[in-house]
Design a protein around this ligand. Structure first.
Ligand SMILES: [Zn+2]
Length: 183
């Protein structure tokens, strides 16, 4: 994986703190961390002290030269600053749930007691993703309970057929009208 930070190095598998998987750039020393791996680290450190009053502030990228691209998807990552410090920046790819930390950034976050607060950023994005999946699942359950298996399958098929039909608008109007034959 080519480094999108320095554009010259490659991202090779590594272990941050010997605890969680990351990829580290051979040239600039930046770290690419997946939130799954970070979440595992957090679980193993339940007693980690959160620094108080930390929040992440999204920086609006006006100059695309400031933007960093996600090494996986090559799309622009969101840039955040950590409010309490004003010096730390991190880039976040919501597409793959990956974080970019410049060289030494992780150590700085740890020494500043901020490493645990990455959670605030990550879990928020993470849970939004989980919530979306859950919402979809629970709607399936609701319809399933309401219609029963057979009817649910049938109505779902009808819906898919209707939505794929070139005359769907007219067909829907016909279907929904109380009396489609009245003026
Ligand atoms: Zn690099």
């Amino acid at each position: 994986m080519l480094c999108t930070g320095c554009h010259t190095g490659t991202l090779a598998p590594s272990f941050i703190e010997g605890l969680f998987k990351a990829h580290t750039c051979s040239d600039c020393g930046g770290d690419w961390v997946l939130i799954e791996d970070y979440a595992v680290w957090r679980e193993r450190h339940p007693d980690y002290e959160f620094a108080k009053g930390i929040y992440f502030e999204e920086i609006n990228i006006t100059d695309t030269k400031e933007a960093m691209l996600c090494p996986v998807t090559r799309t622009i990552m969101r840039k955040f600053k950590i409010s309490a410090t004003d010096t730390h920046r991190l880039d976040y790819s919501s597409a793959v749930g990956g974080l970019w930390l410049d060289k030494g950034e992780w150590e700085l976050l740890v020494s500043g007691g901020l490493a645990g607060s990455l959670n605030a950023l990550i879990t928020d994005a993470w849970q939004r993703r989980i919530r979306q999946t859950n919402a979809k699942d629970s709607f399936v359950d609701i319809y399933h309970d309401k219609f029963g298996e057979e009817l649910y399958i049938k109505i779902k098929e009808m819906r898919e057929w209707l939505n794929a039909h070139p005359q769907k608008t007219d067909l829907r109007a016909y279907l929904m009208a109380e009396d489609p034959y009245s003026a």
